[in-house]
Design a protein around this ligand. Structure first.
Ligand code: SAH
Length: 356
């Protein structure tokens, strides 16, 4: 049975589903979910992420966190965590780059939040030398200093979508058509207290997205950082506030229909960094300015790192390095679309690459 059949039968039984429930099943259904079944990353996959483009990305993130650790007086022991580590490439690059930071790796316990059993196996192989521990939920993060990265994790969290009408909102739902296909529809109009702050910047007919899972995840992280020290780097595509439909399905590096073949394509939505910053503030954590990825990587010295790697390379490898540097930093590539938000304790300075 395909995931489409599973969902159509559920809709026949219990009525239309929210976009969030649809996303959850498409990505993480134990049998048919995208991350459970497919190898999404790389040239042969459906999309490519920054750490898979170049080792420089993970190296610079690792050094930024390690400098924060030094600046905060080398708290020991501490948790070095990643949310949604994919193939484990980013963490492996961070660990290699920080080998020279005296005491850092000895004091670190590696903790990974990963929902897909298949990807956990891939991560176990990539990080075999470091005895990582996996958790199912951020509430399981140890109560100790926490240094954390999350790259393209929050964009995979399910979002609900609402259409403004008057001071109420109609939720975008997924139901079944007469020809037994999945189709979008609208629920009845109701007030949405969680969207109160969007009444000022939207008008009738505007679509707004709501990620209900993000605030609690951020509060779990921010509480530990505020109380015990540490820092978090959240990198994703999106902006302070998103407006309009940003949900997209990608397959083989090209957009595809959202409802055609559930579980086969990667689904993501833009991240609202305002929600992340606000949730961190509730937990008494400070946040940096929202910084374009290109600016962040340039401040951390990506050009010097690329030049030093270039010395050993020639021909196609050198071309690949030059193009990777451009892809990660250029405003017309990932440099501006992707943003970085840093979280840090009230008494500390932001991680290098970010301004308060
Ligand atoms: N950070 C990696 C992978 C990004 S893809 C990179 O930059 O290459 C998203 C990752 O988050 C995958 O590892 C996916 O399995 C994981 N993921 C998605 N939703 C999740 C959830 N709700 N809980 C835990 N992990 C999740």
């Amino acid at each position: 049975m395909t995931l489409k059949r599973v969902l159509l039968e559920r809709i026949a039984h219990s009525g239309p589903m929210t976009v969030a429930d649809y996303m959850q099943d498409c990505l993480l259904h134990p049998e048919h979910g995208y991350y459970a079944k497919h190898e999404p990353f790389g040239a042969k996959g459906d999309f490519i992420t920054a750490p898979e483009i170049s080792q420089m990305f993970g190296e610079l993130l690792g050094l930024s966190l390690a400098q924060s650790w030094l600046d905060q007086g080398r708290p020991t022991p501490f948790t070095l965590a990643e949310l949604g580590p994919g193939r484990g490439t980013l963490m492996a690059d961070m660990l290699r780059a920080t080998r020279g930071v005296s005491g850092f790796l000895e004091a670190a316990q590696i903790v990974l939040l990963e929902a897909s059993p298949r990807l956990r196996e891939v991560q176990a192989k990539a990080l075999a030398d470091f005895a990582p521990k996996w958790i199912n939920d951020t509430s399981e993060l140890p109560d100790r200093p926490l240094f954390l990265v999350a790259n393209e994790f929050f964009d995979a969290l399910p979002i609900r979508q609402f259409l403004r009408s008057g001071t109420g909102w109609s939720e975008r739902m997924i139901g079944a058509s007469d020809s037994d296909d999945l189709m979008f529809g609208l629920g009845t109009e109701t007030p949405q207290p969680a969207l109160e702050h969007r009444l000022g910047d939207t008008k009738d007919g505007d679509l707004v997205e709501l990620c209900e899972a993000a605030p609690r995840i951020i509060q779990d992280i921010a509480t530990r950082i505020a109380q015990h020290g540490g820092a978090a780097l959240v990198i994703d595509y999106g902006d302070w506030r998103s407006l309009g439909d940003t949900l997209q399905a990608l397959q083989a590096h090209a957009p595809v229909d959202l409802l055609d073949d559930p579980g086969r394509a990667d689904l993501t939505a833009h991240v609202d960094f305002e929600v992340i910053a606000g949730s961190a503030a509730i937990a008494k954590c400070r946040h940096s300015r929202l910084t374009p990825q290109g600016v962040f990587l340039e401040r951390l010295g990506i050009t010097a790192r690329a030049q030093s790697l270039a010395k050993e390379l020639g021909g196609a490898q050198l071309d690949a390095l030059i193009s990777a540097h451009r892809r990660l930093t250029h405003p017309e590539e990932m440099g501006n679309l992707f943003k970085v938000l840093g979280l840090f304790p009230p008494q500390a300075t932001p991680p290098p690459g970010l301004e308060p």
